[in-house]
Write a protein that binds this ligand. Sequence first.
Ligand SMILES: Nc1ncnc2c1ncn2[C@@H]1O[C@H](COP(=O)(O)OP(=O)(O)OP(=O)(O)O)[C@@H](O)[C@H]1O
Ligand SMILES: [Mg+2]
Length: 341
Amino acid sequence: MNKNIFLQSVKPTHTLPKFPEKTSLGMQENLEKELQKRGLSIAIKNKLKGGVFSQVYDAIIDGKSVVVKHTENVVPFDPTEFFISKKAHLVDTKILKLLKKSKHIKVPHVFYYYPDITTTIMEDVRNSGFQLLNNFIVEKNLPLSSAKSIGKSLALLAKESRLWKPFATNESANQSIYERGLELRLAYPNDQKQYLFLEKEFVQHNDYWVWPDGHPKNMFVNSRGDVTFIDFGRSHWGDQRYMLPNFLAHIVIYSLAGYIKPQQAQEYLQDCINAYKQIEPIGEFIFCQYLAMEVLHRANGKWIQGVETIEQKLNLHRFALHIFDSNIVSIPQLIRTISIV
Ligand SMILES: Nc1ncnc2c1ncn2[C@@H]1O[C@H](COP(=O)(O)OP(=O)(O)OP(=O)(O)O)[C@@H](O)[C@H]1O
Ligand SMILES: [Mg+2]
């Protein structure tokens, strides 16, 4: 007798939907041959670290170093994940092109774009002195000068993108908060009040475009504190108030995980928030809630480098639950919490 008829196994026993196949261009040598067939004199060299959803390489074209980004469909590996179509790539490149004209926000220049094979060849921003912000952080060397420029750029990104005409994205606000809020749902299993409130806010405020992946693995900074943003494929129409707390959650996460001194993190948050506020208003309560949701999302180490030990994970949980359970509603209270949990 089957007693498990109401259980959904992590390894589903029912037939999975037939997901679209990946193409052979997911293999480096096939992609290189295909690009050569299209007339490029290209040599693809190394796969770059990161690149969870796409295959990203450095390459040489006519003696110049460039970055090649190729995207395949991402098939879910358990029932809490969803299928991410390679069409996200088209959204990514669309945003790079929209922002090309921006006076305020820097993104890599697109050299070649092949939408039919979801491949883009772009400027390697490391050639102009930029380094990935995440690398500075994990080396315990966060440049404080980046706080102001990132705060300002995120605010200007929100403001400028409000002038864009609507276009189709690959993901929706509902899908995005479902993924990013999953750990919050699990943290409050009985009524899910905290999650449901944020879901409502996130989905109802969807008149404008949101970059939900604005974290240190998708930001480059240089010694002057200038910033370059990458990786817009998963963006969608949703609540723009999410972008700043989503970024700053990562500063809190890396502080609680031991990579940034609490006092430095507090200063960083304050500088970044001040710069943002000169351009865009901040709702403090929703800021605290979104930030804590993201800390919980990463608390078990999901898609983040360097959150591995029991101590680190417990610190993240303690901080996030403190925000929700102790009624932290203002930014000064949240900033103080970094050094007291
Ligand atoms: N234009 C660029 N110049 C230099 N390095 C780049 C550039 N674009 C991407 N990279 C590097 O490749 C990594 C992965 O790129 P990207 O974030 O676009 O891919 P992804 O698969 O969508 O990422 P993830 O899922 O890991 O967030 C980046 O973290 C960065 O280190
Ligand atoms: Mg990325």
